[in-house]
Design a binder for this molecule. Structure first.
Ligand code: ZN
Length: 277
């Protein structure tokens, strides 16, 4: 088996051409635009190394799904929308978990392929309790990371400071009790809606890194397979943080497509903890 990791050769111009960040990726919400991430061109942060021998379910993994070996970047000090630096890394982040079945199938997808994912979960959704036995080993191994998406998905900019804190704390407690890990310092404000009050309250709780995105599968609501594949083709690119959702079955019908796309583009999926630390 070829165990080399293919590091990126795609120029920063691809990123520049990829378009604007879209915020507000939820049902019926309008999109806001924001500045694309600043992506330095230096490749000095990355080190070519052999992939270690001990890899979960290594027998069938294509090379691009191996746990990455890279020199980690410092944990960001504020909001991120993409992965700094250059390389062929991509962070697929999956939110909400309205559907137990979709979370179960995402878990199977990770088990089968070695895909590395970051879930931004809402503990109010039973999916995270129902699937905890299957997900916990993946969380413990680091293949799957859990981030805080608040307990029940409110627009935090409409809440008092106390209510914002309750949303983050209740979800943190759920994640700790259910999975034995902390989601800190990464949180994603529902709908991508954030303001200085939200940032300050979160920061005081140890949530210092709001994680937005640079490309979306746009599947918080129901879309078709073809639509999702088009969004994936548009946004699954080097150094992007891509947002998806565990809400509707559409994405589960596109897992093979996503895996093939990652392989064709020689992308290396990473969790946030893979990349930062
Ligand atoms: Zn959400």
């Amino acid at each position: 088996m070829d165990r080399r990791i293919f590091l990126g050769t795609v120029a920063a111009s691809v990123l520049a051409a990829a378009g604007a960040l879209v915020i507000g990726d939820e049902v019926g919400r309008g999109a806001l635009t924001a500045t694309p991430p600043v992506l330095p061109t230096s490749r000095s942060h990355f080190v070519r190394r052999a992939v270690p021998d001990v890899i979960p379910a290594a027998a069938d993994l294509p090379p691009h799904f191996f746990p990455p070996t890279l020199t980690k970047h410092p944990v960001p000090s504020g909001t991120i929308t993409g992965l700094p630096g250059t390389g062929n890394y991509v962070a697929l982040t999956v939110d909400d978990g309205v559907s137990t079945e979709v979370v179960r199938l995402y878990t199977e997808f990770a088990q089968k392929t070695g895909m590395r994912l970051t879930f931004f979960l809402n503990g109010v959704n039973a999916s995270w309790t129902d699937n905890a036995p299957a997900l916990r080993p993946l969380v413990e191994s680091g293949q799957v990371q859990l981030g805080n998406h608040t307990w029940s998905h409110p627009d935090l900019t409409k809440l008092s400071s106390g209510e914002i804190a309750d949303q983050l704390t209740r979800n943190e407690t759920f994640i700790k009790n259910t999975y034995g890990v902390s989601a800190k310092p990464y949180f994603r404000p529902p709908f991508g809606f954030i303001n200085p009050t939200v940032s300050a309250v979160a920061r005081d709780l140890g949530y210092t890194v709001p994680v937005l995105w640079y490309g979306s599968l746009s599947d918080s609501g129901l879309i078709t397979d073809d639509q999702l594949k088009d969004f994936a083709t548009q946004w699954m690119l080097p150094q992007h943080i891509v947002i998806g959702h565990a809400n509707f079955l559409t994405v589960t019908e596109c897992f093979d497509f996503l895996a093939d796309l990652i392989k064709q583009r020689q992308l290396i999926p990473v969790t946030l903890n893979d990349y930062f630390g």
